[in-house]
Design a protein around this ligand. Sequence first.
Ligand SMILES: [Zn+2]
Length: 104
Amino acid sequence: MTAVRKCPFCLEEVSAKATRCKHCGATLPTQKKKRRNYLAFFFFLMSLVLGVFCWYQQGIIEQQRNQIAQLERIEDSQASPSEAPGKHTGRDSTAANTRLDDSK
Ligand SMILES: [Zn+2]
């Protein structure tokens, strides 16, 4: 199967791969190939930009996670004295409940 197209200058059939018309000798436009190359380049650029964007976002997420972890550590160290009695009251309430159950 040979791809054939018409010469835009003399309207004679020429090979699609031909860069010059064999009938009139005019330089044939190769827009299709250029478009394909442009599209390939465009998709390559898009994937590159997306990849960089995802990598950049992951870096930001990791930074945020680290910041949150650091904040949680600070909060834990600050809240440890206030948290300790809370846990104790919880234990006491459960202990009281078991005692009530025992008395029944
Ligand atoms: Zn021609």
